[in-house]
Design a protein. Structure first.
Length: 85
């Protein structure tokens, strides 16, 4: 029964394959120079990606914030001087 179940299981996604292999990349033997170059490359990659995709990343994170509940007319507004978020 388990063999038929494994045949119907979806193959892992490319992302999952990469994630599964990450520990091997982080814990393999590297020289100090190689580790430094890889760290610099990854930092630059992240900066460039975030710089070119900032609006999309920001829009996505803003969409994850739930809308505030409607104001309760029975509740006093004590903080009217605060700027909008």
């Amino acid at each position: 029964m388990s063999s038929s179940h494994s045949k119907t299981k979806n193959p892992p996604s490319l992302t999952q394959i990469v994630i599964d292999e990450l520990p091997d990349l982080f814990y393999c033997n590297l020289s100090d120079e190689a580790a430094s170059h890889i760290a610099e490359f990854l930092s630059n990659l992240a900066f460039i990606f975030e710089g070119t995709r900032f609006a999309q990343i920001h829009r996505y994170h803003r969409s994850m914030i739930p809308d505030p509940p409607p104001p309760d007319p029975g509740q006093l507004d004590l903080f009217t001087d605060l700027p909008p978020v």
